[in-house]
Design a protein around this ligand. Structure first.
Ligand code: NI
Length: 144
């Protein structure tokens, strides 16, 4: 079956503070610099959400774009847009809301909504210049 990828781009705005509770104030400042600023700061995030799978020969689609749009609205946008990630989003109670962790959280929000045969990749732009890519957890068989 030919594999093809489908990407939807979405934007959301959120604030965060990079901070590790077990670190001292000095160590937090040293590790995270101005991103440790006590009252946080905001970003206009952009996420490229890519689904990879086999083309359905009947519909000519990998996944219905309307369905993907709805999934993204109900997961990513509803939970992250215009939120303080540290305070408003339960996933970040215990983990630091870095770009890496935000990409992983987005992946975990969307993954259960997709059919098993589809792969999912999240590319998150925290700024134009700072970009992370998460391709998901490898199954045991794929691990080296
Ligand atoms: Ni930041």
């Amino acid at each position: 079956m030919p594999q093809i990828s489908l990407t939807r781009v979405v934007q959301f705005s959120a604030s965060h503070r990079l901070h590790v509770k077990s670190y001292s104030a000095e160590k937090n400042l040293r590790v995270f610099g101005k991103c440790n600023s006590p009252n946080g700061h905001g970003h206009n995030y952009k996420a490229e959400i890519t689904v990879v799978g086999a083309l359905n020969p009947e519909t000519g689609m990998v996944l219905n774009l309307t369905l993907l749009k709805q999934i993204i609205e109900k997961t990513v946008i509803k939970h992250l847009d215009h939120k303080n990630l540290n305070l408003d989003v339960p996933e970040f109670k215990a983990i630091n809301p870095t770009a890496e962790n935000i990409a992983i959280v987005i992946w975990k929000m969307i993954r259960p909504k997709l059919a098993r045969g589809l792969d999912l990749e999240i590319k998150l732009f925290e700024t134009e210049n700072n970009i992370v890519l998460y391709r998901g957890e490898k199954s045991a068989g794929e691990r080296a």
